[in-house]
Design a protein around this ligand. Sequence first.
Ligand SMILES: *[C@@H]1O[C@H](CO)[C@@H](O)[C@H](O)[C@H]1NC(C)=O
Ligand SMILES: *[C@@H]1O[C@H](CO)[C@@H](O)[C@H](O)[C@H]1NC(C)=O
Ligand SMILES: *[C@@H]1O[C@H](CO)[C@@H](O)[C@H](O)[C@H]1NC(C)=O
Length: 239
Amino acid sequence: MYLSDMKLGPPLLLCLAAALSSAFVISPPHMWTKLILTHHWPNTFCVMEHCHSNISYWAIHGLWPDKGTFCNSSWQFNSSLIEDLLPDMEKSWPNLLKPLTTFFWNQEWRKHGTCAAKAESLSSQHKYFSKALELYHKLDLNGILRKFNITPSEKYYAFSQIEGVIENFYGVKPKIQCIPPSKNADAQILGQIEICFNPDFTLLDCEKHGYWDNHLAVDKASEFHVCDHNIPVYYPPLS
Ligand SMILES: *[C@@H]1O[C@H](CO)[C@@H](O)[C@H](O)[C@H]1NC(C)=O
Ligand SMILES: *[C@@H]1O[C@H](CO)[C@@H](O)[C@H](O)[C@H]1NC(C)=O
Ligand SMILES: *[C@@H]1O[C@H](CO)[C@@H](O)[C@H](O)[C@H]1NC(C)=O
């Protein structure tokens, strides 16, 4: 449309409305802008939740969009829709509280998956869970930490050692969470590592667009806190 075609009044409004609505197609205000792939260390999770785990690798906790929870209560989890993924799910996204059940996946789908699914790229259970597995394997956090000699140990790490390895390798800032030291303890316990993605699944600093982060802290792992940079870190081996 050319300016010379426009009269003042309704046509201008129509034009504005069209411009606005096309902007919303690109980025609707309710749409998430960041995805968080959360890994947890089963041993630490089980210290908190009083479970027992014999898993000695970082496992998936969830794939969380930065906006919304429980976005569609009528969209039930159905494991037969992801049957081909189940062997990998059991290994990479294990249910630590109720082993060999679908309870955890069901909960993650209803709380976070139904919100992630607002994006076309994640608009089915199969797309959502397979993307989480794909990102987890691509990142290979377990391999990277091992490669740079960050392994479970009775000796403590400086927080900057762990953060440095992740930040240098991926080129973005992770969010790393710990259980704060209990009264007489001299170290915090490493528990959760979040790596963040743009909607196109390229890597993103976790701090960016972080205003929603506090609202995500309502997950089961609510006793995790962002690790303190000045307190030694215990990365607990399998007992
Ligand atoms: C861990 O425990 C599960 C269930 O108790 C068992 O099936 C599995 O073989 C164990 N894995 C290892 C590595 O010991
Ligand atoms: C919610 O999920 C149901 C079942 O998959 C679907 O039919 C419906 O369109 C969804 N609603 C919204 C608002 O996405
Ligand atoms: C789960 O999905 C399968 C395959 O689409 C379908 O046959 C079945 O009825 C669904 N189950 C429920 C409880 O919706």
